[in-house]
Design a protein around this ligand. Structure first.
Ligand code: GRF
Length: 224
């Protein structure tokens, strides 16, 4: 991957939104540290104050915030508080990395098309939860992850980059999840962010554009 450069040279401002371990967050932090991504994470925010990913960010000197949904009357009120905190960072991109709550349409509309998500399946196959188990049960031969622009439809926004590996005969949902994370997601998400930050992939009024051409299907890489 060539170093990402914004046209004005300024590192892209990222807010990363997490709920759990933060392995994707850590992969993005590594890509920034070793110069593969011209970006700065200005804030890691979570709906879960105990998320191990928050500690990873703290140790790296990145600002963190947690907002507990229990303190709000409903999802809309929680989303508003989250949006206000995020907007204060003036982010170029809002990066969902294992954020396990659904974002309401007001939140999405406020920031679209600058919210990005990684989903552990080859979308449009296996939207939603338990993707690894469902891929095995469906007899899929390959499985992986997709990076997409977030729209109000859950896991339904335009996908611009995917990566896959072969499902092994002895894979269980856990072994497959682990391999998708370590072999695919940890490389895929930084690569996809590089696409956006470098301007190689853009969102236009007519859809996604890659190197000036309409992107008719996701960029796909085999990771095995
Ligand atoms: C990843 O599999 C990601 O694709 C999904 O949730 C999981 C989060 O893992 N959205 P982590 O918190 O990044 O370790």
């Amino acid at each position: 991957m060539t170093p990402a450069k914004r046209s004005d040279g300024r590192p892209a401002r990222l807010v990363v939104v997490i709920s759990g371990r933060g392995r994707n967050l850590a992969a993005i932090m590594r890509a920034i540290d070793d110069g593969r991504l011209n970006a700065r994470i200005t804030l890691v925010v979570s709906n879960n104050g105990q998320a191990p990913g928050l500690q990873k960010a703290r140790l790296a000197g990145i600002g963190v915030a947690s907002i507990d949904p229990a303190g709000f009357a409903d999802r809309k009120a929680f989303d508003e508080a989250l949006a206000t905190r995020i907007a204060a960072e003036k982010p170029d991109w809002i990066v969902l990395a294992g954020y396990m709550r659904i974002l309401g349409s007001a939140f999405v509309q406020r920031f679209a098309p600058r919210i990005i998500n990684i989903h552990p399946s080859l979308l449009p196959r296996h939207k939603g939860l338990h993707t690894h188990k469902r891929a095995i049960e469906a007899g899929d031969t390959r499985h992986g992850a997709s990076v997409h622009i977030v729209t109000a439809e859950l896991d339904g926004g335009p996908v611009f980059r995917q990566g896959s590996i072969a499902i092994a005969a002895d894979d269980t949902p856990d072994t497959l999840a682990d391999r998708v994370m370590s072999q695919v997601e940890e490389a895929l998400y930084p690569a996809a962010l590089h696409d956006l930050i470098s301007g190689r992939v853009r969102c236009s009024e007519h859809g996604l554009v890659h190197d000036g051409q309409p992107l008719t299907e996701p960029l796909h890489e085999n990771y095995d």
